[in-house]
Design a protein around this ligand. Structure first.
Ligand SMILES: NC(=O)c1ccc[n+]([C@@H]2O[C@H](COP(=O)([O-])OP(=O)(O)OC[C@H]3O[C@@H](n4cnc5c(N)ncnc54)[C@H](OP(=O)(O)O)[C@@H]3O)[C@@H](O)[C@H]2O)c1
Length: 238
């Protein structure tokens, strides 16, 4: 029996697949033989995509845009939702409009995508939602990160029942070095990565490929559903 992930003949859709974790998932899926569709607000900003990967436009804040994406995609096998900004700040600092925008993208956008995918995805397919370890590892300035990622974990588990036999899982990353942090001054970004590395058992921050390998495992292991996988260097036990 081969233990290598094989996605030949499969169609994988990655929303948020033009950057960071989503892009690494798209690259790994294409390398495993899948046809891949990546989608984002500005797909033209993506770096050169490997053979077998095509890009589509979608804005997760618009239900119409999400439904139009899945109308264009048609039937497919695996969905990965890897979009969304962060929203740092205590309730004293984070305006409710900014907190709602975060919820619109990362919760309601995922909701619309799962809803649109439900009748188009193969019965032996899978849905993987990118949550985040802030759901359970609490730290100052993260009430919205905690709330949204906890909601995604619950949403994923509940959908594993409703959408069966389609499998539904959540990946909860710790800190992963992606373009999400590109706007930070370099010194601050390096300090953040070094601080995380010093605080977790694995001794380093994550790379997008660490998460992508978990996403391929979830697509191909047909006995895994309704679970949350922490890919975080051990932050939950630190
Ligand atoms: N990096 C981390 O440390 C970390 C930790 C825990 C959890 N996560 C989670 O992992 C996921 C991916 O994060 P990342 O670091 O890989 O982010 P990233 O590099 O910033 O990539 C985000 C992707 O989402 C797309 N996107 C953003 N807003 C969108 C919208 N409204 N509609 C459609 N697409 C949208 C972006 O493209 P456009 O801008 O062109 O739309 C891009 O393709 C997110 O859910 C994040 O919360 C990340």
């Amino acid at each position: 029996m081969s233990t290598v992930h094989n996605l030949s003949g499969r169609h994988v859709v990655v929303v948020g697949g033009t950057s960071g974790i989503g892009l690494a998932v798209a690259e790994h899926a294409a390398a495993a033989g899948a046809r891949v569709t990546v989608a984002a607000r500005t797909p033209g900003r993506a770096p050169a995509l490997p053979a077998g990967v095509t890009a589509e436009q979608v804005d997760l804040t618009s239900t119409d845009s999400v439904e139009a994406l899945f109308d264009r995609v048609g039937t497919f096998d695996h969905l990965v939702l890897s979009a969304g900004p962060g929203a740092m700040g205590s309730v004293r600092e984070l305006a409710s409009t900014d907190a709602r925008t975060f919820m619109d993208i990362k919760f309601w956008g995922y909701y619309d995508a799962v809803r649109a995918a439900a009748d188009r995805i193969a019965e032996d397919g899978s849905i993987t939602l990118l949550g985040g370890g802030a759901s359970r590892k609490h730290a100052p300035g993260r009430p919205m990160m905690a709330a949204i990622n906890a909601a995604i974990e619950a949403f994923g588990k509940a959908n594993a029942i409703d959408l069966a036999p389609v499998r539904v899982n959540v990946i909860a990353p710790g800190l992963v070095d992606t373009p999400a942090y590109a706007a930070l001054p370099d010194e601050m970004r390096q300090g953040m990565l070094a601080g995380y590395a010093a605080s977790v058992p694995a001794g380093r921050a994550g790379l997008p490929e660490d998460v992508a390998s978990a996403a391929l495992f979830l697509m191909t292991n047909t006995y895994v559903t309704g679970t949350v996988i922490d890919i975080d260097g051990g932050v939950q036990v630190s």
